[in-house]
Design a protein around this ligand. Structure first.
Ligand code: 26Q
Length: 801
């Protein structure tokens, strides 16, 4: 399609949809027109891809995830279809602007953070690698809450992302399935004396799929993301005569739980988990039957991957269907299930592990409960002779009246992986050591990755153009080609152009900050960025302590020559996480105090953007100079913003935690600022019980001064929270060792200040980060999942072009 053909089709489409001239259309109407037009364009390939998979009986992976955070899809679809330039030019000739039209799209916030965004990066890479793989999740009516700051406090508003419809989805009512809840089960003998479960008084919910295309990059592959919505079954409306009864159904897919690190055993959450797990398994079984193969081939054709434990009920659900509906024996069903399912762990935080009360599962899912009990019984029976009672009982699925979902996921699958080397080591040697002794071969590492298409090509066109010009375009299909850039590490011209690209991105962000927040920031300052969910272990508070330290230094030395800094935060707190909300309030009050202090010559500004999400990340990341990855070593499973920031030429200032350890290993110690305790040092300090934060407070003058600012009225409007935060650090012994790492954190920032003043030195470091970001492409991560876990080949037969 050339520019003229596009223009013609666009104008025609607009008239069809709105019956007036496109020139009079609103941004939203322009967006919808373009969206439907693009959907028309990939529709044939979407259909053809799924036909090809069926014809070839290709092995397919289904990625089960409670969360998908895809971001806006207009530009990513255009990029992957190879139409970005054509459409951009065509719109220009029509007097429209692609960037403006793109603002007509809502950003679907169907996830909390890292885990949901990872699922979206994986969908892009699966399609772009030409792999037959699909997503399976929930179509939440409301996404993650919209964050507002009122008097510096976080307020949550509903995120009604479907209000104006959703161009990309297709409702497939004919593919709906029924999910049963409650009631009770009897095991009745059929005419052949085989025991068959009978269900009585169940509540039947209709699961309706909404499909969204996942367009591969320049390869003609279009996979599917299937999100399920809960509805009352046709013809059963009479069973739901009251608003309350109808609400119970609607509620199942109404909203996303906004907690990303703290498990709470809510019945509705359990309903959600079973709802999309069951619907997904049912639709896969229906598909498999179309292939007309013996059940024993099931694991050769189907892989089911579970993103954390949230979809673990896939395991007993698959057992249930294979036995109760397809008539397989326990042994047959169990072999198939284990070979089909694989599991990724995303956290070692104890408070985040899912445990469901036995009563709740027994009541809501009586047949699933029976199956879990039997899985557990057989596990114990089989393992005691081999590993003894102590170890075996520590691996039990049912313990203290609760179902341990991670234990079920490990026992019922053939693979468990962590998301960075350090994280996997901690799983094997500590958190899940008992399981590691039992099943050493199930454990493996798959370090996370990010899609360079969204995080470089779309969000940073300036850098993309520079790379294309300097090293050619191979990196787009083979991100490791970015290493070629190293040859230009001392090329003054390239470094200068890199500097200009960064400056332009910073100006663009500065404009946003000026317009949306009324804060003036200097684009030549260091942009120091920490963007991630707010959590004590991620230590945003350590960042604040540094800001306060720097502020008081500047107040005393107004003529210092340190470079200007803009501290940029983006973070949502779970609504029930009191401490995290106090930190938000603190950051906002510190920002107010500093931004309005005329005596510091604008040497510091603090910007806390409201409602951080994928769209804002696309604006902030290309503008970043410093990437703050400062979690307490051992706590952050991987991190993924670390990779996105690195690929955009930000220098990492970090502890040796998660995948940042691997970033350090690739980029080399001269191109990263490492500080703080290592995981081993944290372990030792834990074991020795010799940490006394109060002692540090009393003996370290710098720490003393900064902490006093929290309680002596220095920061307006923080009386109560200042005291609470102070107490968490001094009275309650600083659980995340901020004070222990304080001095080395400050030192790391000093090194960054010095380096930034030498522009060419800094640009060289930025270049080295971009050059070493290739290994963190999700394309490679997905290749390893496919090869080692899913046993799939990125089959040429799937690539249609
Ligand atoms: C569980 C039960 C009940 C309610 C909510 C939850 C829940 C929801 C979301 C628990 C955890 C999450 C999300 C976790 C998450 O995002 N983890 C992050 O995963 C990233 C991708 O692997 C890693 O990079 C991060 O280090 C990890 O924190």
């Amino acid at each position: 399609m050339d520019v003229n053909q596009f223009k013609e089709r666009y104008v025609k489409k607009f008239e069809e949809m709105y019956a007036f001239d496109y020139k009079e259309g609103s941004i939203r109407e322009q967006f919808l027109t373009l969206g439907y037009l693009i959907k028309n364009m990939y529709a044939p390939e979407w259909r053809q891809t799924s036909d090809t998979y069926l014809e070839n009986k290709s092995k397919q992976v289904f990625y089960f995830s409670m969360e998908f955070l895809p971001g806006t899809m207009l530009k990513s679809n255009l990029l992957n279809l190879g139409l970005l330039d054509t459409v951009s030019d065509g719109l220009k000739e029509l007097g429209l602007n692609l960037d403006e039209v793109a603002t007509g799209e809502m950003d679907p916030a169907l996830g909390n953070g890292g885990l949901g965004r990872l699922a979206a990066c994986f969908m892009d890479s699966i399609a772009s690698n030409g792999l037959a793989g699909h997503g399976n999740g929930i179509r939440y009516q409301y996404g993650l809450f919209k964050q507002k700051f009122i008097d510096g406090n976080q307020i949550e508003l509903p995120e009604n992302w479907l209000r104006n419809g959703n161009v990309w989805e297709v409702r497939r009512e004919n593919k709906a399935v029924t999910v049963r809840f409650g009631g009770h089960v009897t095991l009745d003998e059929d005419e052949n004396g085989v025991k068959r479960p009978e269900y009585h008084n169940t509540m039947n919910i209709l699961a309706v799929p909404y499909d969204t295309a996942q367009v591969g990059y320049d390869n003609g592959v279009v996979n599917n993301l299937r999100l399920w919505s809960a509805e009352i079954p046709y013809g059963e409306e009479y069973l739901y005569p009251t608003d309350e009864a109808r609400d119970q159904v609607k509620q199942i897919t109404e909203y996303l739980y906004p907690d990303d690190s703290n498990y709470e055993g809510r019945m509705l959450r359990l309903k959600q988990e079973y709802f999309f797990s069951s619907a997904g398994v049912q639709s896969i079984i229906r598909y498999y039957k179309k292939m007309d193969l013996d059940w024993s081939f099931f694991p050769d054709k189907i892989a089911m991957h579970i993103n954390d434990t949230h979809p673990t009920l896939v395991i007993p659900e698959l057992m249930r269907i294979l036995m109760d509906e397809e008539g397989l024996s326990w042994e047959q069903a169990w072999e198939i299930t284990k070979k089909t399912v694989s599991y990724t762990n995303h956290t070692i935080l104890q408070e985040a592990l899912e445990r469901w009360p036995v009563d709740m599962i027994a009541q809501l899912l009586p047949r699933i409960y029976q199956i879990i009990v039997e899985i557990n019984r057989r596990h114990i029976e089989k393992k005691i002779p081999l590993y003894g009672e102590d170890l075996t009982y520590r691996t039990a699925i049912i313990d203290h009246g609760q179902i341990q979902m991670a234990n079920l996921a490990i026992i019922g699958s053939h693979s468990i992986n962590g998301v960075a080397k350090l994280h996997t080591d901690i799983l094997m040697n500590q958190t899940l050591h008992d399981f590691y002794l039992m099943y050493p071969n199930k454990f493996n590492n798959k370090t996370n990755g990010v899609t360079m298409r969204r995080w470089v090509q779309i969000s940073n066109p300036g850098l993309t153009a520079l790379l294309d010009d300097v090293i050619g375009t191979k990196w787009k299909k083979a991100p490791n080609e970015l290493v070629v850039l190293k040859a230009f590490a001392n090329d003054k011209d390239v470094l200068k152009r890199l500097d200009e690209v960064k400056l332009n991105n910073k100006k663009k962000f500065a404009k946003y900050v000026q317009e949306e927040m009324g804060i003036t920031i200097d684009p030549t300052a260091i942009f120091d960025v920490q963007i991630k969910r707010l959590h004590a272990y991620k230590r945003q508070l350590l960042n604040v302590l540094h800001i306060l330290d720097r502020y008081s230094f500047i107040k005393e030395n107004p003529n210092t020559d340190i470079p200007k800094r803009v501290f940029i935060f983006g973070a949502k707190a779970a609504p029930s996480y009191h401490y995290a909300k106090q930190i938000i309030k603190l950051i906002n009050e510190v920002a107010n105090m500093i931004n309005n202090d005329d005596s510091i010559n604008d040497l510091i500004k603090v910007v806390f953007v409201e409602n951080y999400g994928v769209s804002l990340a696309e604006l902030i990341i290309p503008a970043a100079d410093i990437s703050e990855q400062i979690s307490l070593a051992g706590k952050e499973a991987s991190g993924t913003s670390n990779m996105k920031l690195m690929a955009n030429g930000a220098l990492t200032l970090a502890t040796m935690d998660g995948a940042t350890v691997e970033i350090h290993d690739y980029v080399g110690k001269d191109y990263i600022y490492i500080f703080g305790m290592t995981n081993d040092e944290v372990q030792t300090l834990n074991e020795n019980r010799t940490y006394h934060s109060r002692h540090l407070y009393e003996t370290n003058p710098r720490i003393n001064k900064v902490l006093n600012m929290l309680v002596d009225g220095s920061i307006p409007n923080t009386e109560e929270i200042g005291q609470d935060i102070f107490d968490s650090l001094v009275k309650y012994n600083d659980e995340y060792y901020l004070l222990q790492d304080f001095d080395s954190y400050i030192e790391a920032h000093k090194r960054a200040d010095t380096d930034f003043k030498d522009r060419m030195k800094w640009n060289k470091k930025a270049l080295m980060n971009i050059a070493n970001a290739g290994p963190f492409s999700a394309d490679y991560t997905i290749h390893r999942y496919a090869d080692e876990i899913w046993k799939m080949k990125p089959g040429e037969e799937n690539i249609l072009l």
